[in-house]
Design a protein around this ligand. Structure first.
Ligand code: NAD
Length: 323
């Protein structure tokens, strides 16, 4: 069954918003980025250029994986729906279609009313600031057509926190993507108690259509499925380091060798970014308690952040990526 959700508006042209919009355009949806100012266009346009190039690079790079036994694990799963039997010609055809879709299906609009006038879906991917999100939901609610489904990509807030401000609680839920969406193509689908189950199903269908693997949550859960596991895991690893039990390389090696995972916790932390890890750590109640493990972790991360060692994006975090 097709969802018939074809006109997509993305509110927020940051890191994730841009990736989500491009992913939808790649999959043939018509995408409008609603941005709040000319300044936002100046910040979002380069991201559109950068991420669309990265997507094309990874797509064409997958040709080198054909015939490689690891290919089936490494190919960009958001860009290629099925790896089995794929040829270089198939990938070239996908790349041509992608270029066309990026050129024709991506629009930017500053006027909110014009942006959402015929929207089937609005995906809100704005900063993790509840006031900003509520402000935009309030401004949008009388402009949205009856049919529009409103989705949030919020990582840390529950849809029930915002449902009442949307004017359409039954058509409001979370669809939560992961960074580098075209490779890490998970989409956690999480409603609140007032979400219409039929709308939930349509969103699952929509997620599949934009090449995501929909991961369905049956109830609201702070941190969804992934972060409910990842945050305690990363905290446990940081505690081992901060209390001097072992160095970060040994901790990573232990995890990788024992479980077969490709990356240990400190490689993951470098990807997540140490600032994010620090912010999560500092939210814990004992963060300011001198001598607590949380406090030790906070100090360790802060020292690294102050030295500019914030992770892969900075070229150095726990590991050095500049070599
Ligand atoms: N970065 C990640 O890895 C990641 C992963 C999954 C989900 N998320 C979620 O995605 C959302 C966006 O995160 P991001 O990393 O893309 O942030 P970002 O800082 O890169 O982008 C935020 C965007 O929101 C816009 N914005 C802020 N206030 C606004 C307002 N009042 N009106 C209109 N636009 C406004 C900013 O201009 C910016 O374009 C957050 O809810 C976050 O929790 C992020």
């Amino acid at each position: 069954m097709a969802s018939n959700l074809n006109k997509v508006v993305v509110a927020g042209g940051g890191v994730l918003g841009t990736q989500i919009g491009l992913m939808c355009a790649y999959a043939g949806k018509d995408v409008t980025f609603w941005l709040r100012s000319e300044g936002s266009i100046g910040r979002t346009q380069p991201k559109i250029t950068r991420y669309s190039s990265l997507m094309l690079e990874d797509l064409l790079g997958a040709k080198a994986l054909i015939g490689n036994p690891m290919g089936a694990f490494l190919y960009p799963k958001g860009l290629i729906r099925s790896w089995n039997g794929i040829t270089a010609e198939d990938i070239d055809a996908l790349a041509e279609q992608a270029k066309k879709n990026f050129a024709e299906n991506v629009h930017i609009e500053l006027d909110m009313a014009a942006a959402v006038a015929d929207a089937d879906v609005v995906i809100e991917s704005m900063s993790e600031d509840p006031k900003a999100k509520i402000g935009v939901y309030n401004a949008m609610k009388d402009l949205l057509p009856e049919k529009t489904i409103l989705l949030t990509n919020s990582s840390t807030m529950l849809p029930s926190t915002f449902a009442e401000y949307t004017g359409r609680p039954e058509k409001y839920l979370a669809l939560h993507f992961a960074n580098t969406i075209w490779k890490n193509n998970t989409a956690e689908v999480m409603g609140h108690p007032g979400t219409d189950p039929e709308i939930y199903k349509l969103v699952v269908e929509f997620a599949d259509e934009i090449n995501m693997i929909p991961l369905q949550l049956h109830k609201e859960q702070p941190g969804y499925i992934l972060n409910s596991m990842l945050v305690p895991f990363l905290s446990a690893a940081q505690a081992l380091l901060a209390t001097g039990v072992a160095d970060f390389e040994t901790i990573d090696k232990t995890w990788e060798l024992a479980t077969g995972a490709p990356a240990g916790p400190f490689k993951i932390l470098d990807i997540v970014g140490l600032e994010t890890a620090y912010n999560i750590n500092q939210m814990k109640p004992d963060a300011q308690t001198e001598g607590s493990v949380t406090n030790l972790i906070g100090k360790l991360l802060k020292e690294k952040i102050d030295r500019g060692e914030t992770g892969v994006n900075a070229g150095i975090g726990f590991y050095d990526y500049r070599k």
